[in-house]
Design a protein around this ligand. Structure first.
Ligand code: NDP
Length: 327
């Protein structure tokens, strides 16, 4: 990557945005030599807070940061964007039905998809963080027909990193000993962290732990980690979510190491029985700026059941946004 690279962040004044922007500006998103132009998109009432963050960015005097522009208009914020991090979303509030949540997010991700289609750079890469991330990515993608479909992705890297950390701690090994972990499916409680292909110092992870720990502790701990953080911290995970967004884009641009893969939600090509077009998490490698689904893994019955359940949820979300006319 040469640069400067224009990076648009939505929901920039939110707590993930606050943790994310400084890491982007210090060179962690793309690499230590790549100059960055930041574009912050916020809703009108949050523009002032975004300006405050921009003041702090200025005060860091980051050598790589060439400019910071703030707007509440997607057509301005995505103009010439090479990377878009869609963080701002409508959170589920008490008593909100799923249909209302999807509709509210349709009102955000449809115009953003249209703006990306109209004004972003030809090489635009989109990562959706705002929940329900997989389906929000599908909505944005549906309104950007001129952008190659595979440029729309959603984040499961935080789940991936959480799973690695839990396993490393259980086996008392460094995180670097763990390779080939996979999160399958939706970024939701149905996600499936797969230890049957993961390796610990070259040996299959599922064979290093007992089946009851895997099923009754590991899987629910990874899936419910977000709630546990809220319980402990009194606020949702922000720095770790921002870190995972950085990891996702860094890997996408700079590639996966030889002999390893990562997890990302990308449009399915029908692999592993996941219906084509669903934005589902898979084991992926990255090379030359492209993600590719790792092929040829054997899926045991335990894993099959869990992958199918999560994919079923994704299909239901897709059908719901279709019925609402959002895709
Ligand atoms: P956060 O920055 O904490 O979270 C933003 C989004 O990321 C939420 O949808 C949240 O989902 C999601 N998310 C994904 N993974 C995680 C994770 N592991 N932990 C926590 N969140 C995760 O929200 P804030 O409310 O602090 O900030 C949101 C900002 O977005 C506000 O400033 C708001 O004004 C802005 N916004 C901007 C829009 C735009 O630019 N057009 C549109 C809508 C909002 P979940 O709700 O499930 O936690």
């Amino acid at each position: 990557v040469q640069g400067p690279v224009t990076v648009t962040v939505t929901g920039a004044a939110g707590q993930i945005g606050y943790a994310l922007l400084f890491r982007i500006a210090s060179g962690h998103l793309l690499g230590p030599d790549v100059p960055v132009k930041l574009r912050l998109l916020e809703i009108t009432p949050a523009l002032k807070a975004a300006e405050g963050t921009a003041m702090e960015l200025a005060d860091c005097a980051f050598p790589l940061l060439q400019s910071v522009d703030i707007s509440d208009d997607p057509r301005v914020a995505f103009d010439g964007a090479n990377v878009a991090l869609l963080v701002g979303a409508r959170p589920r509030t008490k008593g909100m039905e799923r249909g209302d949540l999807l509709e509210a997010n349709g009102g955000i991700f449809k115009p953003q998809g249209e703006a990306i289609n109209a004004v972003a750079a030809d090489d635009i890469k989109v990562l959706v963080v705002g929940n329900p991330a997989n389906t929000n990515a599908l909505i944005a993608q549906a309104h950007a027909p001129d952008v190659p479909a595979e440029r729309f992705t959603a984040m499961t890297r935080l789940d991936h990193n959480r799973a690695i950390s839990q396993l490393a701690s259980k086996l008392d090994v460094p995180v670097s000993a763990i390779k080939k972990l996979t999160i399958w499916g939706n970024h939701s409680a149905t996600q499936y962290p797969d230890l049957y292909h993961a390796e610990v110092n070259g040996k299959i992870a599922a064979e290093q732990v007992d089946a009851s720990w895997l099923k009754d502790e590991f899987i629910p701990t990874v899936a419910k980690r977000g709630a546990a953080i809220i319980e402990a911290r009194g606020a949702s995970s922000a720095a770790s979510a921002a870190n995972a967004a950085i990891d996702h884009v860094y890997t996408w641009v700079n590639g996966t190491p030889e002999g390893d893969w990562t997890s990302a939600a990308i449009p399915s090509d029908g692999s592993y029985g996941v219906p084509e077009g669903l934005i589902s998490s898979f084991p992926v490698t990255a090379k030359g700026g492209k993600f590719e689904i790792v092929q040829g893994l054997e899926i045991d019955a335990f894993s099959r059941e869990r992958i199918d359940a999560s994919v079923q949820e994704l299909a239901e979300e897709r059908d719901a946004v279709r019925q609402l006319g959002l895709i």
